[in-house]
Design a protein around this ligand. Sequence first.
Ligand code: PHE
Length: 460
Amino acid sequence: MTNVDLPTRDRFGSKFGVIAATAGSAIGLGNIWRFPYVLGENGGGAFLLIYLIFVLAIGIPVMMSEFIIGRSAQLNPVGAFKKLAPRKPWFLIGIMGVGAAFMILAFYAVIAGWTLEYIYQSIANGFKDKSPAELGVMFDSFREGSVRPVIWFLVFMAFTALIVSAGVKNGIEKYAKILMPILLVLLIILCIRAVTFKGAGAGLAFLFKPDFSIFSDFKAATSTILKALGQAFFSLSIGMGTLITYGSYISKKDNLATTAVTVSLADTFIAVLAGVAIFPVVFAFGINAAEGEDLVYKTLPIIFQQMSGGYIFSLMFFLLLGLAALTSTISVLEVVVAYFVEELGMVRKRATLVATLCISFLGLFAAASWGWFKNLTLFKQNVFGILDFTSANILLPLGGLFIVLFIGWYYGRKRSGQELSAEGTLKVRYLPFFIFIVKFVAPIAIALVFLNLFGVFNFN
Ligand code: PHE
């Protein structure tokens, strides 16, 4: 196997660019929209604690494993496994990843589309003088109307496709570098306003004080643990090859371990900040914490209304949230496009077009899940819910399981160490620890969560 970089492959231009692009993929609606809603449905502080454990013990090692695979192979997720494990079935992990990318983008761009509606509402001053209840109704009727969510979804898909067709360095990296830091500042300001509401304390207690009583019920505990694992994978963009793809664009000299740790911590920090901005409002205004996937869109406008400069603030916030979502959607689409280009021999523009059209078709059903297609359900979940649940809670952890097994048991300590050491230029004293985790700890933990889910083990 050669380590020579293929001259035709695009790559990230700088170390900061790598972190910005990877963090851009990780940080997005998963932190600001999904984390608070899933935490709210799963009991608050106890969920946060399990989530943190999963990020540290499983998330970071999986992320490093993906980087190793991508940078060693210099290929998309399917091609990478084919190259590192010729004539072995490992490439099926890559295929599963491409499938997961389809499903994720189909519902993720729907939520991103809601952000566009809220940018529009901010400009039109649509939140003005509305009570919290009226703001809730406003959101519901927007979503049930179907036409606008579908249009905004398609607009968002088009933006994503435009950037992806421009390629990695010109498209992805350039935007991520400037936008992420600004989003952070805005989020901090929102937190400050949120914690000064009367009654905010209850929200902070909900978020930070674990209530372990959920563990007395086996079914609730199992589902909470699974959802914390799924959320960790989703938020870190791991388990489907996004970071294999991005890893293949990272320079051979970069330190993969510090990149993984930096990005994971930044991602977790932003999710917690989102919780700090949202739960005080939830409790101060009597909103249901387990409201569901509309939680953020119903609570944030309340803050904007109650702060000075709220008009400009809400505009900026939803704009940046949309852009944070964009740096994530491009990383999802990139998985499919890199696969089409490198494995199916399409040119980049055509690959982007084909992928976008297919995903947009699936996404139409997700976008109109509360309107036209609200009766299209499975296990009481609408199309949106099915895509969200299956991809985050099943496909990503399953992909992650196979990725760590691949590194731990197939690719092995020697070659992994070589890649992590950037060809011998970096010290990798943590290597035995890393290998122990990917060989035993992470696979066993993920497998236990799954077996629990299927009711094979009952720890009560
Ligand atoms: N991590 C992204 C977010 O939190 C979503 C994502 C999932 C991106 C999987 C790529 C792969 O918004």
